[in-house]
Design a protein around this ligand. Structure first.
Ligand code: GCW
Length: 679
C-alpha cells in the first residue's frame, strides 16, 4: 500500500532475483560516501527486510566470497572489470555478479546516485545476475528553485506552506528536510535555491549573520546528499540592508559592499553554490535603475563571488510589465531575446543566465525561447516550472514531462533536413563549451510544501520525480518516466499501469480544455486558475490575444511584431508560414480568421469547439478510470485524488463552456456537430 509521504521510495517487500550479500565493504570517504553507504543498507532494509553489515576498508574485502563493494571507480576497478564505459562527472557504474555487487562512482555524488539507482532498479525487478549499467548525468546542473517566502507562504505554491520558513524566520523540522534532500538526491538533483526570487520582507535578511547561522543547518543537511544551495538576493540590498545611497553596480562603495557581504556569507556556507537573481523584473530592483546593463549588474556580483568559487545565476525574465494594450508594436514575447542577445559574450565566466523555456511565462504551450541557440558565448540554463501555476494548481492533473519531452525535442537549430545539422534542446544540454550554444542544465520551480504527501495532488509527485530524471537524461520519454514512477510508487501492479495511462492522458486533456492552439493567458488574473478569457486583455502585462468578430491572435511574423525573426533561419521560415507552423502553436505565431482551414480540413473555429468538447470528455474519462482503482488503493489516497478529479472536471466544464460561448458570441457560427453551446 502506498505511503504518500515516502514518494517513490516506498517501503515494500519485494522478491529479489538475486541474493543480496550481507556484508558491505565501502571505501573510506567523506560525508557523501558515508551517506551512500547508509542509504544502501537502509534501502535493503526497506525492500528486503534485512540490513547488511557495513565494514570499511575495501581491500580486505577482496577475499570475501559474497559482498557488496561501494566506492570510487579507480578503487573498484581494481577488484572487477567493467565492460561499460568509465563514468563521467557525477556518474556511476553498477555490476552484479553471481557473488558480488559493485557500485562505483566517478566521485562521491556519483556513488550516491549509483546506490539510489541500484535500489530503484531492484524495486522495479530489473536487477539480475550479470546486470551491468553505467550512467552519467547529461546536464551538469540539475537545480530546484524554491519560491518560498520567510512568512511561510510559497509564491505559486499549492501543497501547503514552506518546508523552510515561518513567521519571518527559518523554521523547519530537520527530519523532514533530510527526507526531502534524500528524495531530491534520489531523483538526481544537485542544487537547490532556498528562497523566492522575489526577495522581500525578512528574506532580505537572509544574507545577515543571524539568518546565515540558521542557513548553515539547512546547507549541512543538503550537503550530505550532494546538494549545494543557492541564495536568492535582492539587487537593492546595498541600500535596503546596507544603507548605502544606491545599488549602482559600478559604484565602488556598492562593489565593496557586495565583496564584504560575500566574504561573510561564505564564512558560514563555504560551499554555497552562489546567488540567484531576479533583477529589473516585475518590480524588483536592478541595474536599469542606474542606466547600467544586465552584464554590469551580474558581473559585479560575479566578481564578489569569484574568490569563493560561487556563481551568479541571473534570470532573463526581464520584460516591460507596464504595457499599454493600445500599442500594437510592442510584443512581450520579444523581450528576453532583445534584452540578452546583445549582451552575449559580455558576462563573466561565473555568470549563468537562467532562461524560461518559452518567451512568455510557463504557459501550457509555447515555442522554445529563441535565446536558446542564439547565445553562444554566455553560459546558460533552461528554467521550467514544476509547480502548476498555469497548469491547474495541483487540483487538475497535468503530467508535465509530457510537454517537457516536446521542449527537449524542439529543434533549436535546424539547417535543411540533414540530421547532422539538427540540434534539438536535448542535443545542446551538456557541459559548457565555449563558443557553442550548449545549455548547461535545467532549473525548475518546485511543487512541494508541508502537505503530508508533499505535492497536494498525490499524482503530482510524478512531476517532481520526472523533472529530476529528465534533468539527468533529457532523452528519456514522458512514457518511460511515467512507467518508472508509477511502478516505484504503486508497485508493479495493474493499478500502476492504469495510473501510468491516466498520467499520459492528462496533459493533452488540460491543453485541449484551456486556451486553444498556443494562444496563452486566458486564465483568471492573479490566481491563474480557471478561465478568464479577457482577464489580461486590457491590462499592463502585455499578454493580449485581441480576439474580435473575425480573427484572433497576434501576427508575430516579419510582417507583424517580427518575433519569428529571432529564431534560426529555418525555424523562422517554418513558424512564419501558417501552413508549416506546428498546429499546437499556430495562434502563438499568427493572427487567423476563424474560418482558417487547419491541417485536418476543419476551420480554426470548429477546431476550437472540438478540442474543448474533447478535453472535457477526456477529463471525465480520467475520473472514471480513477474510480476503477477504488479497491486497489489505500482509501485516503483514493479519496483525496478522487476529489481532485471531481474538481478538475468542474474546472474543465467551466473552461469548455466559457471558451465555446465566447467564440460563439464573437462569431455567431454554430458548432458543426450541433453540441450544446450556451448562448
Ligand atoms: O509567472 C510569474 C509568476 C510570478 C513569478 C514570476 C517569476 C516569482 O506569476 O509569481 O514570481 O513569474 O518567474 O519571477
Amino acid at each position: 500500500m502506498l505511503n504518500e509521504y515516502d514518494l517513490w521510495m516506498q517501503k515494500r517487500k519485494i522478491t529479489a532475483a538475486i541474493n543480496i550479500p550481507e556484508i558491505v565493504f565501502a571505501q573510506d570517504g567523506g560525508e557523501i560516501t558515508n551517506q551512500a553507504v547508509m542509504e544502501f543498507t537502509n534501502g535493503i532494509q526497506r525492500l528486503l527486510g534485512f540490513s547488511p553489515k557495513e565494514r570499511i576498508n575495501i581491500n580486505s574485502g577482496q577475499t570475501e566470497r559474497q559482498a557488496v563493494f561501494l566506492g570510487l571507480f579507480p578503487e573498484i576497478k581494481k577488484l572487477v572489470s567493467f565492460s561499460c564505459m568509465e563514468p563521467g562527472a557525477e556518474g556511476f557504474v553498477i555490476k552484479v555478479t553471481e557473488t558480488n555487487i559493485y557500485i562505483a562512482g566517478h566521485d562521491e555524488r556519483g556513488l550516491l546516485y549509483g546506490v539510489f539507482r541500484f535500489l530503484s532498479l531492484l524495486s522495479l525487478g530489473q536487477i539480475s545476475y550479470g546486470f551491468e549499467l553505467g550512467d552519467t548525468p547529461v546536464s551538469p546542473l540539475r537545480i530546484i528553485n524554491h519560491w518560498d517566502n520567510f512568512d511561510g507562504t510559497i509564491e505559486r505554491g499549492y501543497a501547503g506552506n514552506s518546508l523552510f520558513y515561518k513567521d519571518g524566520h527559518f523554521d523547519f523540522e530537520i527530519q523532514r528536510i533530510e527526507d526531502y534532500a534524500r528524495f531530491l538526491a534520489s531523483a538526481g538533483i544537485n542544487r537547490v535555491s532556498i528562497n523566492n526570487v522575489n526577495v522581500r520582507a525578512n528574506a532580505k535578511l537572509l544574507i545577515t549573520e543571524e539568518y546565515l547561522k540558521e542557513a548553515t543547518v539547512l546547507a549541512a543537511v543538503f550537503r550530505r546528499f550532494g546538494i549545494r544551495i543557492f541564495i536568492s538576493i535582492n539587487f537593492g540590498a546595498p541600500y535596503s540592508l546596507g544603507k548605502l545611497p544606491s545599488a549602482d553596480p559600478l559604484d565602488p562603495a556598492v562593489i565593496m559592499w557586495w565583496k564584504n557581504r560575500a566574504a561573510l556569507i561564505f564564512k558560514y556556507i563555504p560551499d554555497l553554490a552562489g546567488f540567484l537573481v531576479k533583477a529589473d523584473s516585475e518590480g524588483e530592483p536592478g541595474p536599469f535603475q542606474y542606466n547600467r546593463t544586465h552584464a554590469d549588474g551580474a558581473n559585479m556580483l560575479a566578481e564578489a563571488l569569484e574568490p569563493f568559487g560561487g556563481v551568479v545565476i541571473w534570470r532573463c525574465f526581464v520584460y516591460n510589465c507596464q504595457q499599454d494594450w493600445r500599442d500594437k508594436n510592442f510584443d512581450r514575447a520579444c523581450a528576453a531575446y532583445n534584452n540578452f542577445k546583445p549582451l552575449d559574450g559580455k558576462f563573466n565566466k561565473n555568470v549563468i543566465l537562467q532562461i524560461k523555456f518559452g518567451p512568455y511565462d510557463f504557459q501550457v504551450r509555447e515555442p522554445v525561447s529563441p535565446l536558446f541557440g542564439a547565445l553562444k558565448n554566455t553560459r546558460h540554463i533552461m528554467e521550467l516550472q514544476i509547480t502548476q501555476e498555469y497548469t491547474g494548481h495541483q487540483i487538475d492533473l497535468c503530467y508535465l514531462p509530457w510537454v517537457w519531452e516536446d521542449i527537449m525535442n524542439f529543434d533549436v537549430i535546424k539547417t535543411g533536413n540533414d540530421e547532422k545539422n539538427r540540434y534539438r534542446v536535448r542535443d545542446l544540454i551538456g557541459p559548457n563549451k565555449e563558443g557553442t550554444a550548449n545549455i548547461e542544465g535545467l532549473a525548475a520551480v518546485v511543487n512541494v510544501g508541508l502537505d503530508r504527501n508533499w505535492t497536494g495532488h498525490t499524482l503530482a509527485q510524478a512531476n517532481l520525480y520526472g523533472y529530476g530524471r529528465l534533468a539527468w537524461n533529457p532523452s528519456l520519454t514522458a512514457k518511460e518516466i511515467a512507467g518508472e514512477w508509477s511502478a516505484l510508487s504503486f508497485g508493479a501492479s495493474q493499478a500502476a499501469q492504469k495510473i501510468e495511462e491516466i498520467l499520459l492522458k492528462s496533459y493533452p486533456a488540460y491543453e485541449k480544455y484551456t486556451s486553444p492552439f498556443g494562444i496563452c493567458f486566458m486564465v483568471t488574473p492573479g490566481s491563474h486558475y480557471g478561465p478568464g478569457i479577457e482577464g489580461y486583455e486590457f491590462s499592463r502585462w502585455g499578454t493580449y490575444h485581441r480576439a474580435d468578430l473575425h480573427a484572433i491572435g497576434i501576427d508575430r511574423t516579419a510582417k507583424g511584431t517580427g518575433f519569428t525573426e529571432q529564431f534560426s533561419a529555418d525555424n523562422a521560415g517554418i513558424f512564419s508560414d501558417p501552413s508549416t507552423c506546428p498546429q499546437n502553436l499556430i495562434l502563438f505565431f499568427h493572427r487567423l480568421h476563424y474560418d482558417f482551414i487547419m491541417k485536418n480540413g476543419q476551420t480554426l473555429l470548429q477546431n476550437i469547439y472540438d478540442t474543448h468538447f474533447e478535453g472535457y470528455d477526456e477529463a471525465a474519462q480520467m475520473l472514471e478510470l480513477w474510480k476503477t482503482l477504488k479497491d486497489s488503493l489505500e482509501s485516503d489516497v483514493y479519496k483525496s485524488v478522487l476529489s481532485r478529479f471531481e474538481r478538475q472536471l468542474a474546472n474543465a466544464r467551466e473552461w469548455k463552456d466559457q471558451i465555446n460561448t465566447y467564440f460563439w458570441r464573437k462569431t455567431g457560427i454554430s458548432d458543426a456537430k450541433g453540441r450544446k453551446i450556451y448562448e
